[in-house]
Design a protein around this ligand. Structure first.
Ligand code: HEC
Length: 304
């Protein structure tokens, strides 16, 4: 028994599981939760998705070049996700809209414990994969020729892939996105599985009357936080956000309803969602204060 076998297995299978969790998790966020991916998210996906397949095939073929094929992707991915995380969480990198049309890269879809955002999850994922590959390289002490003598087990790889696909399908089924009839015995597991939700608890605020300065402030906050999806002047953007100007939906909302949807967002599977697209809490800007939201509401009301 080769003493380095355990770290080889740990590195390979740690990386494999991470790549599948990241791939399925990212698809869950965009396809089931309805979170629109920004440009930087796409770069991270382009670097992560191939790793799920590459690691599966490499392990199945017992290919000892695998770490050298994986590392360029995982290191680059790590760079992008660190950049993206800093862009969301620090004011030092560029303007919020610095990555183009559609959802801005500073839009925060999830913000668990006030720190865990999607790029942070990606960053941790790329880090585990990189570390796993370094483990494999370090444990192959005999040099590339000798290394091929290490015979790691192959059978867990397809099993992990099947579990990842089954969990994704179960999650999507629970959210009503795919129709599958689950065998009776797995139902309790599926329906107990809780994906932490978005923020809750609307705070109703009696609104002050609009003044020219508050409207000006509201318009500026709106441009920053909302226009990427709802369009400049509230005209709407196809596939991202509804029109808010001259909209019966918007003018039909009471002030506290309006406050609640802006603060809490609306999940894609919420019963009152009309478009099947999610709106992020605070428009994806967790720092938006109650006062700023009030200014935005006054501005939106002025568009009716
Ligand atoms: C990432 C895209 C996105 C961003 C950013 C965003 N929204 Fe939305 N918003 C949506 C979508 C999609 C809906 C429609 C949800 C539905 O189908 O019910 C929506 C719905 C609304 C509604 C309810 C009216 C309606 O048409 O259903 C209001 C009000 C609203 N948004 C205000 C805002 C404000 C104010 C901001 C900025 C602080 C903002 N939104 C930022 C995507 C976005």
């Amino acid at each position: 028994m080769n003493p380095s076998r355990f770290s080889t297995k740990l590195g390979l299978y740690g990386a494999l599981i991470t790549a599948w969790v990241a791939t399925m998790g990212s698809l869950y966020f965009s396809e089931v939760s309805g979170f629109a991916p920004c440009t930087l998210c796409w770069y991270q996906r382009i670097l992560m998705y191939p790793l799920a397949g590459l690691l599966t095939l490499g392990i199945m073929r017992r290919d000892h070049h695998l770490p050298h094929l994986v590392l360029p992707f995982s290191l680059l991915g790590q760079g992008v996700s660190v950049y993206h995380f800093l862009l969301q969480k620090t004011p030092y990198l560029g303007s919020p809209s610095s990555c183009g049309i559609g959802v801005t890269c500073s839009t925060v879809w999830i913000n668990w414990f006030g720190i865990v955002t999607i790029p942070l999850l990606a960053m941790v994922g790329f880090m585990i994969i990189t570390t796993g590959m370094l483990f494999v390289i370090a444990s192959e002490t005999g040099g590339p020729g000798k290394a091929s003598a290490i015979q790691w087990p192959r059978w867990p790889a397809p099993l992990i892939v099947i579990i990842a696909l089954a969990l994704y399908t179960a999650g999507a089924a629970r959210a009503g996105k795919v129709q599958v009839s689950l065998p009776e015995f797995v139902r309790p597991f599926v329906y107990e599985l809780q994906i932490p939700g978005l923020s809750t608890g609307p705070t109703a605020t009696p609104l002050p009357t609009a003044t020219p300065t508050s409207l000006e402030r509201g318009a500026a906050y709106y441009s920053q936080a909302c226009a990427s999806c709802h369009g400049e002047n509230g005209v709407g953007v196809e596939g991202l956000g509804t029109a808010l100007a001259n909209s019966p939906q918007t003018s039909g909302l009471t002030e506290s309803e309006m406050f609640a949807i802006i603060r809490d967002g609306r999940a894609a599977d919420a019963p009152d969602n009309r478009t099947g697209i999610a709106m992020p809490p605070s428009g994806g800007q967790p720092d938006l204060t109650d006062e700023q939201i009030v200014d935005i509401i006054l501005y939106i009301q002025s568009l009716q």
